[in-house]
Design a binder for this molecule. Structure first.
Ligand SMILES: Nc1nc2c(ncn2[C@@H]2O[C@H](COP(=O)(O)OP(=O)(O)OP(=O)(O)O)[C@@H](O)[C@H]2O)c(=O)[nH]1
Ligand SMILES: [Mg+2]
Length: 320
C-alpha cells in the first residue's frame, strides 16, 4: 500500500474501507509493511477534535453493550462515532471478535459509526503499541467520539489511560468487583466509574456498591471526587446521567487535553523506542547471540543469571 495524499484525505473523510485497509496495514507484522506503516503515521494530521474515551472493566461487565448504547445516543445527537475493541485473548480468536461485533449490533449497522476489533498483539493482556497506532489513525479521522474498549486485565487497563483522554471504569455487583477486589491502580486512573446492569434483580446490590464506592478513600482525588454512576445499557436508565458526566468532564478538561496528549506521546515514544532498541540490539550478531546463549544456559542451569548479565553488560559497553 502506497500512502498518497488521497489516502490521507479519505481518512479525514472517515472512509470506512480506507480506514479498514490502513488498520490492517498498521496491525501487520510483516517486515515489508513497516515502511508504509511509518509513512502513514508520519503523515497523519497531528491535531484532531476527537474525544477519546477508554472503556475498561472485567470481562463480561458490559463494556460493548455500554458503548453500543452510549454511542447510539451520541449519534441521535448528531455525533459521529468510532468504536475500537482490543481483544487480549488471542490474535486468532475470531469468535470473540464476532462476539464484540454482535454486541455492538446497533453501532455496527449505523452509517455514523465505524466499529473495529483488533487483536492486542503479542503483549499479553496489554494494549500493544500497535493499538496506539490504530487509535492515532482513528483520531485523525476526526470522529466526534472514539471509544476504545479494553478488558481490564493486567497492563491493558493502565495502557488505555495512556491512549485516551478519559477512562471510564465499568463495574458490576456480584462479580468479585467488591471493594476488596478492586485494584488500586485502576481506581487511580478511572475518571468516571459506572456500575452496569442497574436493572432487574441486581438493582439493590447496585445501590449498595455505589454507596461503598462513593465513600472509598482512593476516589477522593485532588480535582474532587470521581463520579460513581450507575446505568442499564439494556433499559437505558441512567444513561443520560452518564453522558452528562462525560460532557462535564470534557468541559472541565478542554484546556489541559493538549498537555495530556503530549505526555501520552512521550509514554508511547519511550515504549516504542525501547522496543526498537531492543530489537536492533538483539539482532546484532555478538550481543544477540550472547543473550540467546545465556538464556539457554540459565534454563539448563549451566549459567548463573548475574554472571550472564555481567557478560552482557561488558559486551554492550564494548559495542557502544
Ligand atoms: N441485565 C443487563 N445485562 C447486560 C447489560 N449490559 C450488558 N449486559 C449483558 O452482559 C453480558 C456481557 O455484555 P458485554 O457488553 O459483551 O460485556 P463486555 O464487558 O464487553 O464483555 P467482554 O468484551 O467479553 O469482556 C451480555 O450477555 C449482555 O447482554 C445491562 O445493562 N443489563
Ligand atoms: Mg466486549
Amino acid at each position: 500500500m502506497t500512502i498518497t495524499d488521497d489516502i490521507i484525505r479519505q481518512i479525514q473523510g472517515k472512509d470506512r474501507s480506507v480506514l479498514a485497509r490502513c488498520i490492517t496495514l498498521l496491525e501487520s507484522t510483516a517486515a515489508q509493511h513497516r515502511y508504509a506503516s511509518r509513512d502513514l503515521l508520519t503523515r497523519l494530521p497531528r491535531t484532531s477534535p476527537t474525544i477519546r474515551l477508554g472503556i475498561t472493566g472485567a470481562p463480561g461487565v458490559g463494556k460493548s453493550t455500554f458503548i453500543d448504547a452510549v454511542g447510539m445516543a451520541d449519534i441521535a445527537n448528531g455525533k459521529s462515532i468510532c468504536a475500537l475493541t482490543v481483544d487480549p485473548s488471542s490474535p486468532v480468536s475470531s469468535g470473540s471478535i464476532l462476539g464484540d461485533k454482535t454486541r455492538m449490533s446497533q453501532l455496527s449497522l449505523s452509517s455514523e459509526a465505524y466499529v473495529r476489533s483488533s487483536p492486542s498483539g503479542t503483549q499479553l493482556g496489554g494494549l500493544s503499541s500497535r493499538s496506539y497506532d490504530v487509535i492515532r489513525l482513528c483520531t485523525a479521522a476526526a470522529f466526534d467520539y472514539l471509544y476504545v474498549e479494553s478488558v481490564g486485565v493486567g497492563q491493558s487497563e493502565l495502557d488505555i489511560a495512556q491512549a485516551t483522554d478519559l477512562t471510564i471504569l465499568l463495574m458490576q455487583p456480584g462479580s468479585g468487583d467488591d471493594l476488596q477486589g478492586i485494584k488500586k491502580g485502576i481506581m487511580e486512573i478511572a475518571d468516571i466509574i459506572v456500575i452496569t446492569k442497574d436493572d432487574g434483580d441486581l438493582a439493590p446490590q447496585v445501590r449498595h456498591m455505589q454507596k461503598h464506592l462513593r465513600s472509598a478513600v482512593p476516589l477522593q482525588r485532588r480535582e474532587g471526587p470521581v463520579p460513581v454512576l450507575s446505568c442499564s445499557a439494556l433499559s437505558g436508565a441512567g444513561l443520560s446521567d452518564v453522558r452528562d458526566a462525560i460532557g462535564g468532564w470534557i468541559a472541565d478538561h478542554t484546556s489541559s487535553l493538549k498537555e495530556k496528549r503530549a505526555a501520552q506521546e512521550s509514554y508511547w515514544y519511550e515504549k516504542k523506542a525501547s522496543q526498537l532498541i531492543l530489537d536492533y540490539v538483539l539482532a546484532s550478531s555478538t550481543i544477540g547471540a550472547a543473550y540467546r546463549d545465556s538464556l539457554t544456559g540459565i534454563h539448563d542451569r549451566s549459567q548463573d543469571i548475574y554472571q550472564a548479565l555481567d557478560h552482557l553488560e561488558n559486551l554492550l559497553r564494548e559495542g557502544l
